[in-house]
Design a protein around this ligand. Structure first.
Ligand code: FES
Ligand code: FES
Length: 154
């Protein structure tokens, strides 16, 4: 089946089964490997991308579930230069350790701040449910607070 995907403001036609998870279309077909495979069962958040601004776990989202007018944003499309404010906060606080989970964390944070520009700790706890084997949770929360304080939630 041919499906039209708008990813990072570029339109692509992909020839894949409708049941193909968006994650594999992004990584294997479009070569956007910044989005990571962690658990494959929508539990870890490593595969998080934005679909029309909403944080979406792409491992559990089949292509058939994405209408052709939807806009998908991956970590590669966040911004090239300058860094997105969330990425700047991440860099300033040196959040990443191994980095594997971090693109998903950042995409989840971008979606959170878009919806709630000044999130409470409870908002952060409720929305950022991504898992990090390196245990960067405290720094993730600090970076979200810093990006929120800067008022530059993009
Ligand atoms: S790989 Fe998608 S939630 Fe873990
Ligand atoms: S930084 Fe290593 S898994 Fe999160």
């Amino acid at each position: 089946m041919t499906q039209r995907l708008t990813v990072n403001e570029q339109v692509h036609e992909v020839e894949l089964a409708p049941s193909t998870p968006l994650l594999w279309a992004l990584r294997d077909t479009l070569g956007l490997t910044g989005t990571k495979y962690g658990c494959g069962v929508m539990a870890c958040g490593a595969c998080t991308v934005l679909v029309d601004g909403v944080a979406t776990r792409s491992c559990g989202t089949p292509l058939s579930g994405i209408a052709s007018d939807k806009k998908i944003t991956t970590i590669e499309g966040l911004t090239a230069a300058p860094l997105h404010p969330v990425q700047s906060a991440w860099a300033a606080l040196n959040v990443a350790q191994c980095g594997y989970c971090q693109s998903g964390m950042i995409m989840a944070a971008v979606a959170l701040l878009k919806e709630i520009p000044n999130p409470t700790d409870a908002d952060i706890a409720a929305r950022i449910t991504n898992l990090c084997r390196c245990g960067t949770y405290q720094l993730v929360r600090a970076a979200i607070r810093q990006a929120a304080k800067a008022g530059t939630h993009g």
